[in-house]
Structure formats: structure tokens, C-alpha cells
Ligand binder design. Structure first.
Ligand code: MG
Length: 430
């Protein structure tokens, strides 16, 4: 087996520029063209900041779909147990709902109520991007998950409402549809378990669905010592040997390594033909991330914790990341994430969103990916929502034999959430 892998590595091993080209050109039906020109040193994607700034200045929401204003009459934050919903209602009675990321919204609701919600009441929802800029201008000192998660929660509820009014899916509101089916990878987290125990659990998880790609955790989170020691060095070859050459493999260090350690472990992943290496060093150690990326052929992925647009701009320009992973909640919503994906695309960099938390995260992920001409080959899946029922007239919301799932094409989020579940929620007050 190992010889086979090494032989495959000899043939498949390619430098990062070749990877981009290969991955990019394999995007079936995509009009995305590689237009980056990485420098000979591999330290810069060649894109100009002026080009990235032009991309950032371009609107995302298709306001031309709306001939009349959609005045927001009411925004409610609703809670039942640990579930948090945002409901928006227009003057004409149109409604939109977002199932928020409850992991953090249960702490951040005062920011939502005091510092985000008031900017939307009485405003025209079609001017969503302008309102969001205004929220940022008045709250930029809160930049980070504390601001972006509440803002992303309103944004998704507004997009759901606008989609229902226009008869368009969330994706159709923010881009052109490039993907009707999303290929998934399964994210596994078995930190603290031995390599042998981890592999048994990964096998059990993966056997539930016909996945063609998977990701697992390496290192200790954010520079903690790994437990048990040496787990990652054992697991990296073991996962490849267990799943064979057909399975696409990714790892996620959650910022666990120093630059030197990350380069060492990255080279081991290259030996076993891994697809990318996520957050090798702490996410806000930008020069460290770039040093790792410059030293390795395997693409470095990151961005799930990134709060700043200009940090993404720098990392894209300077080739510090070869896969960008904005989170649909942590980064302030789908519109901001599209801007990151557009910048990445112009530099020949692929995008795959980080999927945070339970609820309906997989649905927001699918709508976002549906509009990415530079989508990575596989996208994060952490399981279906287990807490409540949704009906979807346009997708079975099941994983097919190819390991893909069909994006709902109905208006807004494209699903009907169990009304009994919604009715159990009570209005949250700060
Ligand atoms: Mg991660």
C-alpha cells in the first residue's frame, strides 16, 4: 500500500501553481478562468491591490430584482431553550427567518438587540448592503465574531425575506448559480484519542454516507500540546492507508503548530498526497501562515476565524492562503463572504466556507457555494440538523451516491421550518 501511495505521489505531486490550475480547470461547467500569475518565488499571487479594491467596491445583492422598497417593520430575536431565531417582517407582511448559530448567540444577544437591530427598523431591505455598512461604521470597534455573528443573523433573515418576495433562492440574490449539487467532505474531530481509536471513529462516521473526501484534526488546538503525543504523525499515514488513494484527505490543526512544526507535518501530508492543510499556525499569525505556505507545496487553507476584510485582502495578494474559508456567520454573512470569494477568484485561489455549528448551517453553506465559480472541490459537512423538521419541495436534502447534496432552489432559504418549533420560541430582551 505504502509503495503505491509513494508512486502516486511521484506522479501527482505538483507545485501549488499546478494545483490551482488543475483544481480550477476541473470545475465542470464553470466559467472561472485562472488569471493569477504567481511570482517565481511563489510568494505573491500577482494580483494588484487596485484590482482587489475594485472587487470590494462592487455590490453583491441584486437590487435590480426589486422595483419597490421593502420596508422592514419588525425584527425579533426569538429563543427556545438554546435555539435562537431571527424573524424579520416587512411593512407588507413578508417574512424571513434565520436559524442563528446558537453556540455564541446565547451570549451575544445584547449586541444584536442594542447595536445591530435598531439600524434595520424602518429601512428599505433592498438597501441591505448600505445598512450593513452603517452598522459597521457605528460598531467597528466591536469587529470580530461579537459583531459579525449578530449582523450575519439579520442578513440571512433579510435575504430569506427578499428571496421570497423576488421568487429567487438566496444564491440567486447574491450571484449566478454555478453549482446545483454540492460535493461534501465529512469533518471529524477526535482530538484526545489515540490514532487507532481515531481511525475507528472516522471509519464509522464516513461509512454513514458515500463521501469522497474527509477532514480530521491534527495537533492540539491553538498551540496546546497534542494528546496523546505523536498522534498526528501516526494518523496521517494511517488515514491514507485505510481509505486508499481515491479518498481526498484534508487536515485541520486549528492553529496548533509553530511554523517549524507545521512545515514538518505539512511535508508528511505531501508524502501521503493530502489535499490541504487548514490553520497550521494560530489564525491571526499572518506572517507565520505565509511562511508555512511558502515552504510547502500542499495548499494552506484558512479564514474561518478571520474577522477582517483587509486581512483577507492581504492574505490573497500575498499567497498566504491557497484556500479561503470565510464562515457564513463568523464573518458577518453571505454578502461579505462573496466579496472574499471574488477576491480569491481573481487571484486564482479557491474558496470553501467554514461551516459553523448546528441548526441549518449546511443550508447556508450550500446557497453560498452554489454561486462560487472558484468553489473548492469539496465542502464542509458536520451533519444534518437533528432538533427540528424542515420540509424542502426542491431537494430531498439527502446525500446521494456521489456524496453530493442538491441545493434547494425555492425562494429564500428554500425550506419550510416546522411552525410548531418556531412557535415555541419567545422574544428575547436585552
Ligand atoms: Mg477549521
Amino acid at each position: 500500500m505504502e509503495r503505491g501511495i509513494n508512486r502516486a505521489n511521484e506522479t501527482i505531486k505538483m507545485n501549488r501553481r499546478k494545483f490551482f490550475k488543475s483544481a480550477t480547470l476541473s470545475l465542470a461547467g464553470s466559467s472561472f478562468l485562472l488569471n493569477s500569475c504567481a511570482s517565481d518565488e511563489g510568494s505573491d499571487t500577482g494580483i494588484k491591490y487596485s484590482k482587489l479594491d475594485e472587487i470590494l467596491s462592487r455590490p453583491v445583492l441584486k437590487t435590480e430584482l426589486f422595483s419597490d422598497p421593502v420596508i422592514i417593520e419588525q425584527i425579533s430575536l426569538l429563543r427556545y431553550d438554546n435555539s435562537i431565531l431571527c424573524k424579520v417582517v416587512s411593512h407588507e407582511g413578508a417574512e424571513g427567518i434565520c436559524v442563528s448559530n446558537d453556540l455564541y448567540m446565547t451570549s451575544l444577544y445584547p449586541i444584536f438587540i442594542q447595536r445591530v437591530q435598531p439600524f434595520f427598523i424602518g429601512k428599505d431591505a433592498v438597501k441591505l448592503e448600505e445598512i450593513m455598512k452603517d452598522v459597521y461604521l457605528h460598531n467597528y470597534k466591536l469587529q470580530g465574531l461579537a459583531l459579525w455573528l449578530p449582523l450575519a443573523t439579520v442578513e440571512k433573515a433579510v435575504l430569506d425575506m427578499l428571496g421570497k418576495i423576488a421568487g429567487k433562492s438566496m444564491g440567486e440574490l447574491i450571484g449566478e448559480i454555478h453549482h446545483t449539487h454540492i460535493p461534501l467532505y465529512l469533518a471529524n474531530n477526535n482530538r484526545g484519542r489515540s490514532a487507532e481509536e481515531s481511525i475507528a471513529r472516522i471509519q464509522a462516521n464516513v461509512s454513514e454516507w458515500p463521501f469522497k473526501a474527509l477532514k480530521f484534526k491534527v495537533a492540539g488546538r491553538m498551540h496546546e500540546d497534542e494528546h496523546p503525543r505523536g498522534r498526528s504523525e501516526k494518523l496521517i499515514p494511517l488515514v491514507r492507508e485505510t481509505f486508499g488513494n481515491e479518498m481526498t484527505l484534508y487536515t485541520d490543526a486549528n492553529g496548533g503548530y509553530s511554523v517549524e512544526e507545521a512545515i514538518k507535518i505539512g511535508k508528511l501530508m505531501e508524502e501521503y498526497n493530502y489535499g490541504y492543510f487548514e490553520e497550521p499556525v494560530p489564525f491571526d499569525w499572518y506572517e507565520g501562515t505565509k511562511q508555512v505556505a511558502d515552504a510547502l507545496d500542499i495548499p494552506v487553507a484558512g479564514g474561518e476565524q478571520e474577522p477582517g476584510m483587509y486581512n483577507f485582502r492581504w492574505m490573497i495578494k500575498n499567497n498566504a492562503l491557497q484556500i479561503v474559508q470565510p464562515d457564513q456567520f463568523y464573518f458577518g454573512g453571505m454578502i461579505r463572504s462573496v466579496k472574499v470569494a471574488r477576491m480569491a477568484g481573481a487571484a486564482g485561489i479557491l474558496c470553501t466556507p467554514h461551516m459553523s455549528g448546528p441548526g441549518l448551517g449546511y443550508l447556508y453553506m450550500m446557497h453560498f457555494v452554489s454561486v462560487l465559480p472558484n468553489a473548492a472541490p469539496f465542502h464542509e459537512f458536520k451533519g444534518f440538523n437533528q432538533r427540528f423538521e424542515v420540509e424542502c419541495p426542491t431537494s430531498s436534502l439527502t446525500i446521494d451516491e456521489n456524496g453530493t447534496i442538491k441545493v434547494p432552489s425555492g425562494p429564500g432559504l428554500g425550506v419550510i421550518i416546522d411552525p410548531d418549533f418556531i412557535n415555541r420560541h419567545q422574544i428575547v430582551k436585552a
